[in-house]
Design a protein around this ligand. Structure first.
Ligand SMILES: [Zn+2]
Length: 218
């Protein structure tokens, strides 16, 4: 059976459905046929969204792009997928304990936390200490912080920051662009009890982690 998108198109198209959430829409034109790789989220999309997909495929229309992004944003913020469970107990720090202690400051629900299984072995130019996945509502913390020489308040600050992401969802402007750290987010972040100390430690941490790595610990 033809998909509604194929019925809407006035030019030859081919659709490949997938579930890759980082590239939810891409288009290629080959031999006069538009090949659309689409995330399943668009399968039952309302017609204006399907029309936007076609407009974007042919004309790279900016307004169409905004509609597509808004649809994806809505989908991923509403549908909570199951997260692969990660261990919260490290060799030094217990993330669940940290999380529970911060919960009165950041009241959130349905969020899990664990040590990430990826350390990021590349060059130490920038380190991602934590991430929050809106899709699975999971906080992942970089295991390089599971270290007795990393002060607890710094780990707490990182966890607090990621918890705020669950509390203050990213905002979207009219062009479909996301602001991850909104003004409201930054204000709440500064309310972390040892914010200044944590920021100071963060500044010097590259040298710290470099030395730790050289000493063969990580
Ligand atoms: Zn952030």
């Amino acid at each position: 059976m033809k998909h509604r998108l194929e019925l809407l198109a006035t030019f030859p198209i081919e659709i490949i459905w997938h579930e890759n959430k980082t590239i939810y829409f891409s288009v290629k034109k080959e031999n006069g046929i538009y090949s659309l790789r689409l995330h399943r989220l668009f399968h039952d999309a309302p017609s204006p969204v399907l029309e936007a997909l076609l407009r974007y495929a042919v004309r790279r229309d900016k307004k169409a792009k905004a509609i597509i992004r808004q649809m994806a944003h809505l989908h991923f913020s509403r549908n909570v997928a199951e997260a692969k469970p990660l261990p919260p107990v490290g060799s030094v720090y217990d993330l669940k304990e940290v999380f529970d202690r911060l919960l009165p400051l950041v009241p959130i629900e349905g969020v899990s936390i664990g040590w990430s299984d990826r350390r990021g072995r590349g060059r130490l130019r920038s380190i991602t200490f934590g991430t929050f996945d809106h899709h699975t509502r999971q906080i992942r913390i970089n295991p390089i912080l599971d270290d007795e020489q990393v002060p607890l308040y710094f780990l707490e600050y990182i966890v607090y920051h990621e918890m705020l992401h669950a509390l203050c969802p990213s905002k979207m402007d009219g062009s479909g662009r996301c602001t991850v750290h909104s003004k409201e987010f930054r204000e709440k972040e500064r309310q972390f009890p040892r914010f200044v100390e944590a920021k100071v430690w963060e500044k010097g941490c590259f040298t710290f982690f470099k030395k730790r790595r050289q000493s063969g610990r990580s």
